[in-house]
Design a protein around this ligand. Structure first.
Ligand code: PBG
Length: 336
C-alpha cells in the first residue's frame, strides 16, 4: 500500500465527518417564498408552466404562511395578479392603496406580525403593455416611471412591507424610493434591490402566472433588453449594484440564479452588503420538468441548486421550492 500524506477522501468517509467539514449550510430562514396573490376567497389556481405553484387568494396565503412558519420559512414576497381590465399603459393601479397588493400586505401584516414581507416594486403587473415602466413611442420611460415607483414603494411600506424590492431596473429608482421613504417617516424599511437583473428567458412561467408578458403591439418593445441587463455582462453588475448601494439599498439581488453564479460571487466578494439570489420560475420549472421525465431527482436537484447559490455567496435565496427544501431540512435535522 502506498503512503499518501494527502487523501482528501478521509474527510468524506461518512456522514458525520462530512457534516464536520461542510463549508456552507442553508437554513430555511434564509429563504424567501414568492407568492402569487389573486382576488377572491378559497382560490387556488394551478399555473400550467409552473408545476407545484398556485395563485392564491389571501385566505389561502394565510394557510401557506402557517405551513411555512412551522417549517422555519418566515419570509415571503408577494406578487399580485391584477385583472386585465385594471391594467393601463401608465400602470396607475400600482399606486392604489386599496388595490390587491396593499390589501394583501395589510391583511398578512396584521395576522402575522413576526414574518418578513417583501413588496414588489415595478409596474409590470399593472401595465397593459407588459412592461416594468411606462411605455411611450416605443420606449420605456425612465424618470416618469421612477416617480410612480417611489409612490408604490411607500404605499407598500405603509401597508406593512418590511422590505421593498424594486424589480424594474430603471436608473435612479433606489435613490428616489429611499428619499420618499425617509421623508414619509418610513426610515426602517429595507430596500432589497434587484440590482443585477438580466434580460432572461427564464422568467417565462412567472409572466404566465401574472399574465404579464410584453404584448405584441405596434410601439411596444417585445422584450425588456432596454432596461434589464445583457446576459453577456459581468462587470456591469458590480456597477449596477454599487450604484444601488450608494443610493440606499440594504440588500442587492442577482437574478436569475444558477446561470449567474459568477455574478453572485463577484458581488458577494466585492460589496459590503448581503447578496440575495433569485432561483427564478424557469429554473424551478426546469427541475420539475426534468424530474417528471425521470432525468433528475427533484429533491436532490433542488438541494444542490440552492446550496450552490449559497456557495457562490448568496446569503438569501428566493425560491418557489422553499417549502420543499424546508421539509427536507426538517427530515434531515429533525427540527425546523
Ligand atoms: C418583473 C419581475 C419578473 C420576475 C420578478 N419580477 C419578470 C420580468 O422581469 O419579466 C421574474 C421572477 C421569476 O421568473 O420567478 N418585475
Amino acid at each position: 500500500m502506498s503512503v499518501r500524506p494527502h487523501r482528501p477522501r478521509r474527510l468524506r468517509s461518512h456522514a458525520a465527518i462530512r457534516g464536520l467539514v461542510r463549508e456552507h449550510r442553508l437554513h430555511p430562514e434564509q429563504l424567501i417564498l414568492p407568492l402569487f396573490v389573486v382576488e377572491g376567497s378559497g382560490v387556488r389556481e394551478p399555473i400550467d408552466t409552473l408545476p407545484g405553484v398556485e395563485r392564491l387568494s389571501i385566505d389561502q396565503v394565510f394557510e401557506v404562511i402557517e405551513t411555512a412558519c412551522s417549517l422555519g420559512v418566515r419570509s415571503f414576497a408577494l406578487f399580485p395578479k391584477i385583472e386585465a381590465d385594471q391594467k393601463t399603459t401608465d400602470g396607475a393601479a400600482a399606486v392604489n392603496q386599496s388595490g390587491l397588493a396593499c390589501r394583501a400586505m395589510r391583511a398578512i401584516r396584521d395576522a402575522y406580525p413576526d414574518v418578513s414581507l417583501v413588496g414588489d416594486v415595478a409596474l409590470d403587473p399593472y401595465s397593459s403593455d407588459g412592461h416594468d415602466g411606462i411605455v411611450r413611442d416605443g420606449r420605456v420611460l425612465n424618470d416618469e416611471t421612477v416617480e410612480i415607483l417611489a409612490k408604490q414603494a411607500l404605499l407598500l411600506a405603509q401597508a406593512g412591507a418590511d422590505i421593498v424590492a424594486p424589480s424594474d431596473m430603471m436608473d435612479g429608482r433606489i435613490g428616489a424610493i429611499r428619499a420618499e421613504l425617509e421623508s414619509a417617516g418610513q426610515a426602517e424599511t429595507v430596500i432589497m434591490s434587484y440590482a443585477a437583473k438580466y434580460a432572461s428567458s427564464f422568467y417565462g412561467p412567472f409572466r404566465d402566472a401574472l399574465d404579464s408578458a410584453p404584448i405584441r403591439r405596434e410601439g411596444v418593445p417585445l422584450d425588456k433588453r432596454s432596461y434589464q441587463m445583457d446576459p453577456a455582462n459581468g462587470q456591469e453588475a458590480v456597477h449596477e449594484a454599487s450604484l444601488d448601494i450608494e443610493e440606499g439599498a440594504d440588500i442587492v439581488m442577482v437574478k436569475p440564479g444558477l446561470p449567474y453564479l459568477d455574478v453572485v460571487h463577484r458581488l458577494a466578494d466585492t460589496l459590503p452588503v448581503p447578496v440575495a439570489a433569485y432561483h427564478v420560475s424557469g429554473e424551478y420549472a426546469m427541475l420539475r420538468s426534468a424530474a417528471a421525465l425521470g432525468c433528475v431527482d427533484y429533491e436532490q436537484a433542488l438541494q444542490e441548486s440552492l446550496i450552490c447559490l449559497v456557495r457562490a455567496g448568496a446569503r438569501i435565496v428566493l425560491t418557489y421550492g422553499a417549502l420543499d427544501y424546508a421539509r427536507l431540512y426538517q427530515k434531515e435535522h429533525g427540527h425546523a
